[in-house]
Design a binder for this molecule. Structure first.
Ligand SMILES: C[S@@+](CC[C@H](N)C(=O)[O-])C[C@H]1O[C@@H](n2cnc3c(N)ncnc32)[C@H](O)[C@@H]1O
Length: 410
């Protein structure tokens, strides 16, 4: 997509092409192109509209109904913050007193729009001209143009004295190839610029990869890991007065709660576990109930805090499964009841599951090199009872736990 194509899509003819493309997107691409051709839509416009319609369909998972009016690039969508996470961040910034925010490397504007929905005046800076134009169009489509100004340029040149808060979500993909970069020194804007922002504007938040090495967390910052419905989606560094605790795991349950409303203030339930990130959980024996912590808890190094809440212990100091004598309902872990503990042996496991007429298995693993899908095939189960298998190590030994779910817990 280039700027001319974007301009064409924003004309009345472009809107008609987008509406026609939305009707046929998601089906056979050749049939979709033929449908637009037979509606008299010129080839170039039809192709651009079909690409947008396809991206909008994919974006619905991140942005909900608003996706249908957004302009998107593939790379921009992949890197964009999902709405539920952006809205929570924006609400926290607003509650901390931020009234004007620089979004340095704003991409398609998902975070900028969330800040504007929370009532914050936003200045977005984006290096890529098409992405910047799309961010501006997205602000307009959302009715937020008065609160959002998008500049196309280098974020490192933005005068941060104009704002009382900064958000930076550096690109973690190599321009051109789109390949992920794991070394923060290869982020754009560069890591030393990003980590230097808090010295210039104390209310600074930086979005980072969830795999960030804890050693890179700036002193005094709060590092937060966020999961949505069990998937780890991002980490953020809250600097200066925004830091509330050294480490935080935020668990959002979108499937359980109401959708985010138009103001962005309501939304699904969020649960927070906080701590130092340095405590260690006690190690003991396998007990009756197993807790599989949410990935945000594991990445935030808050397993010891969760263990203390649950009265639980590890069975191996290097593996983040917790064991307790009682089941508990917790948003921070899935709880399973252990029925059998076996040293790993395919033959023995197969015999036991067959004897119990087990045919459907959910397989979880930590600390095991076994491939769940290969194990499932090798088990050749034929019964119709369900079971959960947990592949792990106990005191260093490869072990399989046969479990059943605890309906009211986790
Ligand atoms: C991870 S994306 C931002 C996504 C955005 N937070 C959202 O949710 O839509 C990072 C963006 O920063 C832009 N970028 C990278 N280096 C930049 C720089 N020096 N100045 C301005 N923008 C930059 C990239 O083009 C990319 O669009």
């Amino acid at each position: 997509m280039d700027l001319d194509q974007l301009t064409a899509l924003r004309t009345p003819e472009g809107s008609a092409a987008l509406a026609a493309a939305a009707e046929v997107a998601g089906g056979d691409p050749l049939a979709a192109a033929a449908a637009l051709r037979s509606a008299g839509i010129p080839g170039g416009l039809a192709a651009a509209a079909l690409t947008q319609a396809e991206l909008r369909r994919r974006a619905a998972g991140k942005f909900g109904a608003a996706a249908a009016g957004m302009f998107l690039t593939r790379a921009g969508l992949e890197q964009a913050t999902r709405r539920v996470v952006a809205d929570r961040r924006a609400a926290r910034l607003r509650a901390a007193g931020v009234t004007s925010l620089a979004d340095l490397g704003c991409g398609l504007g998902a975070d900028a729009l969330a800040a504007a929905r929370a009532g914050i005046r936003v200045y977005g800076v984006e290096a890529d001209p098409v992405t910047a134009a799309m961010a501006a169009a997205n602000a307009e489509a959302a009715g937020l143009a008065e609160l959002v100004t998008i500049e196309c340029g280098d974020a490192t040149a933005f005068d941060v004295r104009r704002v009382d808060g900064v958000f930076c979500d550096p690109a973690r993909r190599r321009a051109g190839t789109g390949r992920r970069v794991f070394d923060p020194n290869a982020y754009s804007p560069p890591w030393d610029f990003v980590t230097g922002l808090a010295a210039r504007v104390p209310h600074t938040v930086v979005k980072v990869a969830p795999g960030l090495d804890h050693a890179l967390i700036p002193a005094g910052a709060e590092a937060e890991w966020v999961s949505v419905d069990g998937d780890l989606v991002e980490a953020a560094l809250w600097c200066g007065p925004l830091a509330g605790t050294p480490r935080r795991a935020t668990v959002l349950r979108c499937k359980e709660g109401p959708p985010v409303n138009a103001s962005g203030r309501e939304g699904p339930p969020s649960h927070h576990l906080t701590g130092t990130g340095t405590a260690e959980a006690a190690v003991g024996a396998v007990r009756r109930f197993l807790f599989d912590p949410d990935p945000a808890v594991v990445r935030a190094h808050l397993v010891a805090e969760l263990a203390a809440d649950l009265g639980a212990t590890l069975a191996d100091p290097t593996i983040a499964y917790l064991y307790a004598d009682a089941a508990h309902a917790t948003p921070f872990a899935r709880c399973l009841e252990i029925t059998d503990v076996l040293p790993f042996s395919l033959k023995r496991l197969r015999a036991l599951l067959r004897e119990r007429r087990v045919g459907r298995v959910e397989i979880r693993k930590r600390g095991s090199a076994l491939e769940p899908e290969k194990l499932r095939r090798d088990l050749r189960l034929t019964g119709d009872e369900p079971a959960s298998l947990v592949l792990t190590r106990v005191a260093g030994a490869p072990t399989v736990l046969i479990c059943r779910p605890v309906p009211t817990a986790g």
